[in-house]
Design a protein around this ligand. Structure first.
Ligand code: Y12
Ligand code: CO
Length: 173
């Protein structure tokens, strides 16, 4: 299975993802292929809709303090739900579907999330720091929301102007 990252302004990124009911070989194949393309693309988080599958599936692989992205730090979340949230934090976010753009976004500081693993087992994770921010960013994708949708009116206008300029430049080269 070879996947391609869907990029803004593709309308698929606005789709609401559907709950996963079958924890079968097809799901495992999708998760494995998502991991390959996320690592190939230097990403730390990816939702299934970013590769064209409107399923409540996301993966995360947060680098350790040495900046290494170890395979055993991979987290696969199916049907995630935020059970509790606390505080506020701001982080400069990026997205594989909006390459080259980074924006400060306000999120909950800590969260507790219930989800299922690839075999349908129920899990809970308590997250803070980059992991908390990245889970919230990826969960937004499941509802068709991009980090740029969270910008103020004026910052969004600025983004759209810059985005058009970058697209024009890409076409020229
Ligand atoms: C904060 C909040 C959420 C996340 C997780 C999802 N974002 C990413 O994994 C983004 C990765 C990314 C990688 C890029 O490629 C390189 O840097 C080589 C990239 O491309 C360019 O900027 C040209 C854009 C985004 C992370 C942080
Ligand atoms: Co994203």
């Amino acid at each position: 299975m070879k996947l391609i990252i869907v990029e803004y302004p593709d309308k698929r990124l606005k789709e609401k993802s559907i709950r996963v009911e079958k924890f079968d070989a097809n799901l495992h194949e999708l998760l494995d292929a998502m991991y390959r393309i996320m690592i190939e693309s230097n990403g730390i988080g990816l939702a299934a809709i970013q590769v064209g599958y409107a399923k409540e599936v996301l993966i995360l692989n947060i680098p350790n303090e040495e900046g290494e992205q170890l395979n055993d730090a991979l987290i696969e979340m199916i049907n995630p739900l935020i059970a509790s949230k606390n505080g506020q934090t701001s982080y400069q976010e990026g997205c594989l579907s909006v390459p080259s753009f980074y924006e400060d976004i306000i999120r909950h500081e800590t969260i507790s999330v219930n989800y299922q693993d690839r075999d349908g087992n129920t899990k809970t994770i308590d997250a803070e720091g980059l992991l908390s921010v990245a889970i919230q960013h990826e969960m937004d994708h499941l509802n068709g929301i991009l980090f740029i949708d969270k910008l103020s009116y004026s910052r969004r206008k600025k983004f759209e102007k810059e985005f058009k300029r970058v697209q024009k430049e890409k076409k020229r080269s």
